[in-house]
Write a protein that binds this ligand. Structure first.
Ligand code: PEP
Ligand code: MG
Length: 573
């Protein structure tokens, strides 16, 4: 068995098709008529741009606008006067052929991007190499590997798939993708997920073992791959595949259905996102809003903070796409496990208890917090944006954040800039302190969203990333459950909305308890939405209340879990 990084869920069973780009042999030739050579380059450039445009249009029609963006990015690079100017200059000044000029200039940029280290720059380097090869092939009149007409049941095996190759894949024929390079966020992985083709990436030493026509079984959810497996393994995975497909199909019927219990209690099932592009998937899985936009992702993979303008565009894009549905945007939550080098945060002795999230933002009002809040307010004119403050421990923190929002509203008023006047400002309840005074918070804030990932960590005094103590990290611990129940009750009593955006919100064994406690909103990764909606519609609250009463009598997490497991299995999920 081989193991790689899971890139796109699902089971793929089929025959290996090894996709190898022939290595181009680029030779240097002296050119005397450089003007004619530049014309030849320009012709090839124009054709490559046209081809890229065609691929982008095809992707937009077959897969989605977001995926087409990747190819549009290529078009922008190809149209960049700096890049093309340098290539033309190189032909002119050195008297060399276009192929070698393209080689030198594009490789220089690709190496520069690659040396910057982070994943985004690695991706730029891949894009640049992809472009270089395509330009050279056009110049040399060589056809690219065409993977659009592979036979049915193909599993593509490659060192890496360039975005332009992936774009040509026909999902009816390709049942899986395995690559030796790439990561979960590489373009190929993103496209595989968009096309819903099971994929495993970053599988070491696989190409040297696999041959064309070999039997391959891959599990895109676990990252496991079997090369020429025993019939029993194949059978087991065929069974898993059937189950996966049947469940997917069955869940589709919940698209467009309300999230209502059997006895008529309506809840909202919304999504967690990290980037505006994630909204496509939320809409596809019929999310009723965004329950958590983790804005720190906008600050990652770059060398300086995004400007107010960039943030405004990102928030506006989400607000517009969600068409008036609630969009809860969390202000910057960095520190702890989420580091951003350019912010110059020193290493804390106890990062989870240190200078982070709202603590950091209130200390960096001018350069960080105000631009973000201003961007949020301005974007709120385009939809139903709500502002959420993370890691709050005391009322003063909320009051300060709220006062800043009011100050910025006045500033926008004086400039005649529009914003949502009754914009809600709520908090994440994710610390033990905030939970204990949830009743006091509930009188001041507009909504709660329970962050069980941190609430569990802070209640149990257990680092959420430390494997040695992970046995203590359970949201089913009666201490955490009491805390959750108290937060929900406090919010409900004050008449504010109480949501949950931690992982527990989509845990099948937790959902009956949360419904019984009175949670209004469940926020999770988009792909979990329909399954949770199905669960909600199959319960009645009256029945769940007695289940929750019983669950709350147990003294240990293990007892609660086994009780809930037995209950959920009885209902058959
Ligand atoms: C949480 O703490 O539960 C949460 C949703 O936030 P994050 O995982 O980003 O800390
Ligand atoms: Mg948190």
């Amino acid at each position: 068995m081989y193991k790689g990084t899971s890139a796109s869920a699902g089971i793929g069973i089929g025959k290996a098709v090894i996709v190898k780009e022939e290595k181009l042999v680029i030779t240097r030739k002296a050119v005397s008529d450089t003007a004619a050579e530049i014309r030849r380059f320009k012709g090839a450039l124009e054709k490559t741009i046209k081809d890229t445009e065609r691929i982008a249009e095809d992707l937009a029609a077959r897969v989605g606008e977001k995926e087409a963006e990747i190819m549009k990015g290529h078009m922008m690079l190809l149209s960049d006067p700096m890049l093309t100017g340098e290539i033309e200059g190189s032909i002119q000044n050195e008297g060399i052929n276009s192929e070698i000029a393209v080689e030198n200039v594009c490789s220089m940029y690709a190496d520069m991007f690659a040396s910057m280290g982070d994943e985004l720059m690695q991706q730029r380097a891949t894009d640049m190499r992809d472009l270089k090869t395509r330009l050279q092939k056009t110049l040399m009149g060589i056809q690219s590997v065409d993977i659009s007409s592979l036979p049915k049941g193909s599993v593509i095996v490659a060192e890496d798939l360039t975005p332009s190759m992936t774009a040509g894949i026909n999902p009816d024929n390709v049942t899986g993708i395995v690559t030796e390079l790439g990561g979960r966020t590489s373009h190929s992985a993103i496209l595989a997920r968009a096309l819903e083709i099971p994929a495993v990436v970053a599988v070491t030493a696989f190409l040297s073992e696999a041959k064309d026509g070999d039997d391959i079984v891959l599990d895109g959810s676990t990252g496991e791959i079997y090369l020429n497996p025993e019939p029993a393994v194949k059978e087991e995975y065929q069974h898993k595949k059937n189950q996966f497909m049947a469940e997917k199909k069955e869940l589709e019927q919940y698209i467009g259905k309300p999230s209502v219990t059997k006895d008529g209690v309506k809840v909202e099932i919304v999504a967690n996102i990290g980037k505006p592009e994630d909204v496509d998937k939320v809409l596809r899985y019929d999310g009723e809003g965004i329950g958590l936009f983790r804005t720190e992702f906008l600050f990652m993979d770059r060398t300086a903070a995004p400007t107010e303008e960039e943030q405004y565009e990102a928030y506006k894009q989400v607000a517009i796409a969600m068409k008036g549905k609630p969009v809860i945007i969390r202000t910057l939550d960095i520190g702890g496990d989420k580091e951003i080098p350019y912010l110059g945060l020193e290493k804390d002795e106890n990062p989870f208890l240190g200078y982070r999230a709202i603590r950091f933002c209130l200390d960096r009002q001018e350069d960080i917090y105000k631009p973000q809040l201003r961007a949020l307010l301005r974007a709120s004119a385009y939809g139903n944006i709500r502002i959420m403050v993370p890691l709050v421990t005391c009322i003063e923190e909320y009051r300060q954040a709220k006062a800043l929002v009011e100050e910025l509203k006045a500033e926008l008023d004086s400039k005649g800039i529009a914003y949502k006047r009754d914009i809600q400002v709520g908090i994440m309840v994710e610390t033990a302190a905030a939970s204990l005074i949830a009743d006091l918070f509930a009188k001041e804030v507009d909504f709660f969203s329970i962050g069980t990932n941190d609430l569990t960590q802070y209640t149990m005094s257990v680092d959420r990333g430390n494997k040695k103590v992970s046995y203590l990290y359970s949201t089913f611990n009666p201490a955490v459950l009491r805390s959750i129940r108290h937060i929900i009750a406090s919010g409900r009593e004050a008449g504010i909305m109480v949501g949950m955006c931690g992982e527990a919100a989509s845990d099948p064994m937790m959902i009956p308890l949360l419904l019984a406690f009175g949670l209004n909103e469940f926020s999770m990764s988009a792909s979990a939405i329909l399954k949770v909606r199905k669960m909600v519609t199959e319960y009645s609250l009256a029945e769940l209340r007695s289940v929750a009463d019983k669950a709350m009598t147990f003294a240990t997490a293990a007892e609660v879990e086994s009780y809930m497991k037995a209950f959920v299995e009885k209902v058959k999920f």
